[in-house]
Ligand binder design. Structure first.
Ligand SMILES: Nc1ncnc2c1ncn2[C@@H]1O[C@H](COP(=O)(O)OP(=O)(O)OP(=O)(O)O)[C@@H](O)[C@H]1O
Ligand SMILES: [Mg+2]
Length: 231
């Protein structure tokens, strides 16, 4: 069966002050449907760079990212947006909500490229906000939310297109431990429903809950619990 995500010899070089910085130096990996994969590694090891590539927010300098077997490097911007919106939900450490918009509007913006008629947007968004316990915050702006509420709003936005793949870059990094645990439990519930979760974390106790742990160091994959048999 085709892997949901396949990275083939992925390199990412950033030009910086006239020098080429290699943030990823040849990463290959397959991610199976329904798995919870944790990505760990020191600061600067390339975790966010890899997540942005897996989510087609960025393009590799060399190598390929395939999603459901499609080579994403061959897609134009519009096709890439459509694929992203259908297949992927993103969560970030700093929530990345649009400050000028209400919670509901933030969720609805994710439907922009979905092809769904605008009159259905609210009916899709509100039940999700309800399920995540923040429906009564719908008309609030992000600055009026607690960290946990903001991450739930971001999760509603990530889920509104019913994506198969969730890419979460330190989603609990800005939350206190109890709120972080609540968000993590929500994410684990989504995996239990059959979704695929790729989560970057610095927290060993969170990584220990994943089916598989991948470690990056200096832009290279240096450990994969799937190959060494220890999750
Ligand atoms: N847009 C960019 N332009 C130039 N260099 C970048 C850019 N983004 C990241 N880098 C560099 O690439 C390397 C990898 O960065 P990346 O953000 O992927 O690390 P990370 O593992 O996510 O770190 P952290 O744990 O601190 O979030 C670092 O040396 C970083 O400075
Ligand atoms: Mg990072």
């Amino acid at each position: 069966m085709t892997a949901l995500v396949r990275a083939v010899d992925v390199h990412r070089i950033y030009p910086r002050a006239g020098i080429e910085l290699s943030a990823l130096g040849g990463v290959s990996l397959d991610i199976e449907r329904g798995s919870f994969v944790a990505i760990v590694g020191r600061s600067g090891s390339g975790k966010s760079t890899l997540m942005n590539l897996l989510g087609v927010l960025d393009q590799p300098t060399r190598g390929q990212i395939l999603l459901e077997g499609t080579d994403t490097g061959k897609l134009d911007d519009k096709a890439a947006s459509r694929l992203r919106s259908r297949l992927i939900g993103f969560l970030f450490q700093s929530f990345n909500l649009i400050p000028q918009m209400t919670v509901l509007e933030n969720v609805e913006t994710a439907l922009l490229y979905s092809g769904r008629p605008e009159k259905e947007w609210r009916a899709r968004s509100e039940p999700l906000l309800d399920r995540l316990g923040i429906l009564e915050r719908s008309s609030h702006r992000p600055s009026e939310l607690s960290g946990g509420e903001a991450q739930r709003a971001a999760l509603a936005r990530a889920l509104v297109n019913d994506p198969e793949l969730l890419l979460a870059d330190e989603p609990t990094g800005n939350l206190d431990s109890r709120t972080g645990e609540e968000v993590l439990a929500l994410l684990e519930g989504l995996v239990a429903e059959g979704r695929t979760l790729v989560l970057v974390t610095h927290d060993p106790s969170i990584a220990a809950r994943a089916d598989r742990v991948i470690e990056l160091s200096d832009g290279r994959l240096v450990r994969d619990s799937e190959s060494d048999g220890v999750a």
